[in-house]
Design a protein around this ligand. Structure first.
Ligand code: SAH
Ligand code: SF4
Ligand code: F3S
Length: 446
């Protein structure tokens, strides 16, 4: 069994890890560190002291990949200064760009081959880079206790599944992470219990499509059941999850959320587009009406449920009307917040083979800016509805702007700022919302 926190040991070879991309990658870096610690390495946060420099990478959009190429050049400066430093690229980009990366770095490892990292590192020689990018149908790292890299010891990620079986036409994830597989629920509950025993107050269950989580071994455990199992650990442990897929989120999940006070009332439900024509081409397998029905269902069962989303601007063939449909859906739903992106064509995806990336850069940017501006107004509108409400907040630490104030999230995932009464990270506080900005609820103590 590993320690839950990084081992500090000056005598061990040092590994430095930089993480890009989604929450799954953040958790994967914790798995990687656990595997490397077991093999005798220790973490360093100082790149100039590192024997091994790893970048855990993301391929979701072209700009994510471009950043990494820039970083590799900077890593190489370390190599020039100190002989024997190993540079490794792991994660989604390793999977996609193995051949090109092998010319630039010493080690390339895909998301399912982290167990082989110690032996790969062992085998690296000048002029002899090492690679393992095999994808697996079974690997879930269920037996590995991630070494926690979060700063405040309050909130942690737990991956409940890996890969993705959807083929959204724009998306590279099924190619970089392989087929979907769920993890044994008992190992998930055990991991959450260990976190709680170590003082953590919140776990976020992660998957590309959590609603398709399924475990069959005598009993069948679906996502709703898994949520309940984790929620039953303690009423003091908050449970969050991400990402829900609009085509799969079930009434059972919504009712389970409502049944447990400690399952946070927030759903990240990426819509991508408000146009059914675009959704069809994106192969999302739902249309505008279906999405709006799901939102209505969520709000009828959980009236105060936080709702956030992802939007892609300028997908192939997007007309002015399609774009207007996205804006009108955003106005209709009033999301609390959104991640908004310009479409980036990914080589190898269905869209790259079938649908031209034909919206000019300027038009994509214009539409994206319009979407961002609208979301700013919607976030403010959504926050204004909170004024006067009493909320239970989990303290994350001092507020960035004013150290006499604390910040933390409400169940809805909205960020709250309020005067400190000496509480620390991990405590719960009751507050009342007094005023708001588009990003924050400003609260008083109760
Ligand atoms: N599994 C999640 C999404 C994971 S990727 C889901 O299905 O919702 C996170 C977000 O990146 C997506 O929701 C989408 O909005 C965005 N994204 C994915 N591929 C993209 C691309 N090629 N160009 C622009 N944005 C993209
Ligand atoms: Fe990509 Fe779609 Fe899978 Fe999400 S559900 S990871 S968008 S293929
Ligand atoms: Fe990026 Fe891979 Fe996550 S492509 S968004 S790191 S699954």
């Amino acid at each position: 069994m590993n320690d839950i926190r990084p081992i500090i040991d000056e005598s061990r070879p040092k590994v430095y890890i930089e993480t890009y991309g989604c929450q799954m990658n953040v958790n994967d870096s914790e798995v990687i560190l656990s595997i490397l610690q077991d093999a005798g390495y220790a973490l360093t946060e100082d790149i100039t002291k590192a024997d091994v420099i790893l970048a855990n990478t993301c391929s979701i959009r072209d700009n994510a990949e471009q950043r990494i190429w820039g970083r590799i050049d900077q890593f190489k400066i370390q190599k020039r200064n100190r002989e024997g430093v190993i540079i490794g690229i792991v994660g989604c980009m390793a999977e996609r760009l193995k051949d090109k990366l092998l010319e630039a770095v010493d080690l390339v490892a895909g998301p399912d081959s982290y167990r082989s990292l110690p032996s790969l590192l062992e085998a690296v020689r000048p002029g002899s880079p090492q690679i393992n990018v095999l994808l697996s149908h079974e690997e879930t790292y269920a037996d590995i206790s991630p070494v926690r890299l979060d700063k405040n010891g309050v909130s942690a990620f737990i991956s409940i599944m890996r890969g993705c079986n959807n083929v959204c036409s724009y998306c590279v994830v099924p190619y970089t992470r392989g087929a979907e597989r769920s993890r044994d629920p008992h190992t998930i509950v055990r991991e959450a219990q260990t976190l709680f025993d170590n003082g953590y107050k919140e776990v976020t269950l992660l998957g590309q499509n959590v609603d398709s989580y399924i475990w069959k071994d005598g009993e069948t455990v679906n996502f709703a059941r898994l949520l309940a199992m984790v929620a039953e650990i303690s009423p003091e442990l908050r449970v969050r999850f991400s990402t829900s897929h609009p085509k799969d989120i079930s009434d059972e999940v919504i009712h389970t959320m409502a049944a447990y006070e400690n399952i946070c009332k927030h759903i990240h439900l990426p819509v991508q587009s408000g146009s059914s024509v675009m959704l069809e081409k994106m192969r999302r397998k739902y249309n505008r009406e279906w999405y709006l029905e799901r939102v209505e269902k969520i709000r009828s069962v959980i009236p105060d449920c936080g709702l956030t989303t992802d939007v892609i601007a300028g997908f192939s063939g997007e007309t002015e009307q399609d774009h207007k449909d996205t804006l009108s859906l955003m106005e209709q739903v009033v999301f609390d917040s959104a991640f908004m992106f310009a479409y980036s064509e990914r080589p190898g995806t269905l869209a790259s083979r079938r649908y031209p990336d034909d919206i000019p850069y300027e038009l994509k940017t214009e539409r994206l800016n319009e979407i961002i501006a609208l979301q700013g107004r919607m976030s403010l509108k959504s926050n204004e509805k909170e004024i006067g409400k009493r909320l239970k907040v989990l303290v994350e630490g001092p507020s960035k702007k004013n150290p006499d104030e604390l910040c933390g999230r409400a169940s809805s995932n909205k960020m709250c700022v309020f005067p400190s009464c000496g509480e620390k990270a991990g405590d719960y506080c009751e507050v009342e919302v007094v005023s708001v900005t588009s990003a924050t609820l400003l609260c008083k103590r109760l």
